[in-house]
Design a protein around this ligand. Structure first.
Ligand code: CUA
Length: 308
């Protein structure tokens, strides 16, 4: 039986610090309470000579102190944990995207250059990665214990995990949301490689072309280019260089152009209409599958660099 998990991400030491501090503080309190209980049981046992004359019925300052002290301690823990938790969900547009799709009962992983894997995930050490999670059927939950990260894959939306692997090695990958018969067997392994070994691994075997190349094909096949290409007759927002920008919407909201925004714009185009444009785009729900949407996003993302 192993008592400690390896710490394989930048988040792991921060989570462990909270966990072990909380364990230490609550453990000390528990030990102190049991020690006092045992002492008082012995001291005031029947027949002991302890002084029972004029015992106080209550002690207001003591009661206030033992109420406020734990409150203060737990508020400190709350604040600390909230800061760490919030940092889990910060977006990082520079992080390397990896797309993970849950399906009864496997995890299908795709890298931006088109390399695919099933129930396995290869990552480079020392480089921030952003896992974009989707599901083709029910809710799954993607859990990497050694990285101290866990995130649900929810039908109809994307969820993300941003972290930096810090230690080379092979670690567990699990599904941790009950999702049917083979839930317990849904999982695999994560392999963290050195950056050079990762580049070699990534470069070997991408027969179908990168996601961005397939995304550009879909951009033309579905007719997106007819309106979104600069110089087209229909007035539609340009897509090149869109990823990571802030988009101002017709109703006054401002929204970051991330994976979820682009997906929603394809499937629910009337919801987030860009300021200055007419809501003329038709929905592509039911026509484009999840894989193709991810390809389209990968293409839009890839246009970031070559846009002035
Ligand atoms: Cu997928 Cu449990």
């Amino acid at each position: 039986m192993k008592w400690t998990l390896p710490q394989a991400s930048d988040l792991a030491p921060r989570v462990d610090a909270i966990f072990f501090t909380l364990l230490g503080v609550t453990g000390l309190v528990a030990v102190a309470i049991f020690a006092l209980m045992a002492f008082f049981c012995w001291r005031y046992r029947r027949g002991s000579s302890a002084d029972r004359v004029a015992a106080p019925a209550n002690n207001r300052p003591l009661e206030i102190a033992w109420t406020l002290a734990p409150l203060a301690i737990f508020l400190v823990f709350f604040g600390w944990a909230a800061v760490v938790y919030a940092s889990f969900y910060r977006d990082d547009v520079k992080a390397m995207p990896v797309f993970v799709v849950g399906k009864q009962w496997m995890w299908r992983v795709q890298h931006a250059n088109g390399r695919r894997e099933i129930d396995a995930l290869h990552l480079p050490a020392g480089r921030p990665v952003k896992l974009v999670l989707a599901t083709e059927d029910v809710i799954h939950s993607f859990w990497l214990p050694a990285f101290r990260v866990k995130q649900d894959a929810v039908p109809g939306r994307y969820t993300t995990l941003v972290f930096t692997p810090t230690r080379e090695g092979t670690y567990d990958m699990r599904c941790t949301e009950y999702c049917g018969t083979d839930h317990a067997r849904m999982g695999g392994s994560v392999t963290v490689l050195s950056p050079e070994a990762f580049e070699r691994w990534l470069g070997a075997g991408t027969p179908e072309g990168s996601m961005a190349v397939r995304g550009f094909e879909a951009y033309r096949r579905f007719g997106c280019s007819g309106c979104h290409e600069p110089g087209s007759s229909v007035h539609a927002p340009a897509l090149r260089g869109l990823y990571g920008r802030t988009v101002h919407l017709a109703d006054g909201r401002a929204i970051a152009a991330d994976e979820a925004y682009i997906r929603d714009s394809i499937l629910l185009p009337k919801r987030d209409v860009v300021a200055g444009y007419a809501p003329v785009m038709p929905t592509f729900a039911g026509q484009v599958d999840e894989g193709t949407i991810l390809d389209l996003i990968a293409w839009i993302r890839s246009t970031k660099e070559d846009t002035p």
